[in-house]
Design a protein around this ligand. Structure first.
Ligand SMILES: [Zn+2]
Length: 590
């Protein structure tokens, strides 16, 4: 299932999204250059410096020892407190959790420690592959937290203020004051063009409500980035999460050219469907006709009922049996998990690695339907990733290679709940029934992916331009991008800050591109396993159920290395290629 909710594998990545953004949402940075620098220093350093190098290595090892002594127990307490707060929903538990998070973040803003890390890095003495990986990760983690604490606190408070304005905003239509869910519901279900227009326009006032604040926030973030030596916040965010802005742009350009024509064709079909649905001409379709505030989800053109396959079934048992059939045991983790709805409990799903030492839990509020089947597959995808990371590695490397790599794994497994082959293997439908839904399913999946992919282009490019120049005509920029990538028509003479009605700009800045990178990697892994591990050319009918060799690939090649390698190196070692849009295009475009 495609979602832009922030449900990263490691909860810590969520917890710290506000005060430790560069640190945990994005684990961190300047890779190729740093490694090249190491290599050069190694080459030119003569014998005389080897004693000095040994001394530096020792000092770094001492540093790591002290660091782990501080971090490991607190990491556990922070995660447990947050887990408990999300279960109970009590203010006191949330307060305890926030206090611990603050303590934890303080470790990384320590100026003396950062100065030491800088010295280690610049010395060129740390050449051991494990140690140098730890150094890079810690350097980036500290670097992103070196900004003046008073100013940082101001930014965090300002963010929370905007978030609150978002949360309390209600779209007013006539006499009705509507929640987001009600707005979504009207856009999804109504066929009355006038009502749709009014509701959509009312929902966009959320943007106008905060636009000035968002621009101010962007400028504050840019100031922070400049103080830390970056040209703007977007560049800093990417670099501190070990993503080269040029490489990311190249991937998005590649994906744009791969999806452009297929999307245009599909969009025409979508428009035809909508013209009929609303009984209007195709050229009269406006943004409010797309059943969604941003046209980020696929329209419900193909009518398929998957819920019936899961009705009355124990979906926890199914997910356990599925992973077990690939040789992955989730029984203990499922026992520790909290999977049922409770009053006050967090309503979305998430997976927490409490201690990076085997205590891994999933939080959900399951029902016997397709949504929760997919969600459980997704969250336990994060869980198996965490579980099978090599625990003999140092604490700092016991993390997924990147947030988007764990998202890719979760996404790939999560896609199966609406996959006819998977349903056949796990639920047991007949070949005839499978054949009947197959065509619709594939069309639907393709539509979903293409719609989301084009929308992601808008978000990624808008944010990039926003941080490069927050003083430009942003209202125009937004609609230029929407017209170009989503092929939606801008309402006549529209000059409003509609971009500001997307809360992600405030709460998870410069992160949106990772959703799409996760999708690309999910397809790349799916193709690799099908072709190279299972030796099959049937790319449609794979579920990996009862295929321990597929499980072995994931456990050994993707999970086990953790953060030992730079993410693109891990992908290359596992699949023989660096991250590419090629397989995503094969799966969903061609
Ligand atoms: Zn996830």
């Amino acid at each position: 299932m495609l979602t832009d909710l922030v449900t990263a594998g490691n909860k810590i990545m969520i917890n710290f999204k506000n005060n430790l953004k560069p640190l945990f949402m994005k684990k961190t940075h300047l890779l190729t250059m740093t490694i090249a620098a190491f290599a050069v220093t190694l080459f030119i350093s003569g014998c005389g410096s080897s004693n000095k190098n040994e001394k530096t290595v020792k000092e770094f090892q001492e540093f790591l020892k002290a660091y782990e002594a501080k971090v490991i127990p607190l990491f556990h307490d922070v995660n447990l407190a947050s887990w408990n707060a999300q279960i109970s929903g009590k203010d006191a538990d949330y307060k305890k959790s926030a206090d611990l998070q603050y303590q934890f973040s303080m470790i990384y803003s320590n100026k003396d420690d950062f100065a030491k890390l800088k010295k280690f890095k610049e010395s060129g003495a740390i050449t051991d592959s494990i140690l140098s990986r730890e150094l890079i990760i810690l350097y980036n983690a500290y670097c992103g937290n070196q900004y003046d604490t008073t100013k940082l606190k101001k930014i965090i408070d300002f963010e929370s203020g905007i978030e609150k304005k978002f949360n309390t905003f209600r779209a007013v239509v006539g006499k009705d004051s509507l929640t987001d869910n009600q707005v979504d519901d009207i856009l999804l279900k109504s066929t009355d063009s006038k009502k749709l227009e009014e509701t959509w326009l009312a929902s966009k006032k959320a943007g106008k409500n905060v636009a000035e604040d968002v621009i101010k926030l962007v400028k504050m973030r840019n100031e922070e980035a400049k103080a830390l030596g970056y040209s703007n916040y977007q560049e800093m965010s990417l670099k501190l999460s070990e993503q080269d802005p040029k490489e990311i742009e190249k991937l998005f350009d590649q994906l744009d050219s791969l999806t452009k024509d297929a999307f245009a064709k599909l969009k025409d079909e979508v428009d035809e469907y909508y013209a009929k649905r609303y009984n209007i001409k195709k050229e009269d379709l406006m943004p409010w006709h797309y059943q969604n505030r941003f046209f980020q989800d696929a329209p419900k053109i193909y009518d398929i009922d998957f819920d019936k396959y899961y009705k009355g079934k124990d979906i926890v048992k199914i997910v356990e049996a599925y992973y077990k059939s690939m040789g992955m045991d989730i029984t203990e983790m499922a026992k520790k998990s909290d999977l049922l709805e409770k009053p006050g409990k967090y309503q979305h799903a998430q997976c927490s690695d409490i201690d990076k030492d085997g205590d891994i839990r999933v939080m959900a509020s399951i029902k016997d339907d397709e949504y929760w089947m997919g969600t459980l597959l997704h969250e336990f995808g994060h869980a198996v990733y965490d579980k099978y990371i090599d625990r003999s590695m140092p604490f700092t490397l016991r993390d997924p290679a990147h947030t988007f790599t764990t998202e890719a794994v979760a996404e790939m497994f999560g896609r199966f709940s609406s996959n006819p082959q998977w349903i056949k293997d796990m639920i047991g439908i007949s070949d005839k029934e499978k054949a009947e839904v197959e065509d619709k399913v594939n069309k639907n999946l393709r539509l979903q992916q293409l719609v989301f992919s084009r929308w992601s282009q808008v978000m990624y490019r808008f944010e990039k331009a926003l941080y490069e120049n927050p003083d430009q005509d942003l209202n125009k920029l937004w609609w230029d991008l929407v017209e170009k990538y989503q092929l939606m028509k801008r309402p006549k003479d529209r000059n409003e800050p509609d971009w500001a009605s997307k809360i992600h700009l405030v709460t998870v800045p410069c992160y949106y591109h990772n959703y799409l990178l996760g999708e690309l990697l999910a397809s790349q892994m799916y193709y690799y396993v099908t072709e190279k591990v299972l030796k099959s050319t049937d790319f449609k009918n794979q579920s990996f159920a009862n295929k321990p060799e597929a499980g072995k690939f994931f456990m050994e090649k993707i999970f086990k290395p953790g953060a030992k390698y730079y993410w693109d190196d891990m992908i290359e070692k596992a699949t023989g290629e660096k991250l590419t849009a090629k397989y995503y295009a094969k799966q969903f475009v061609n």
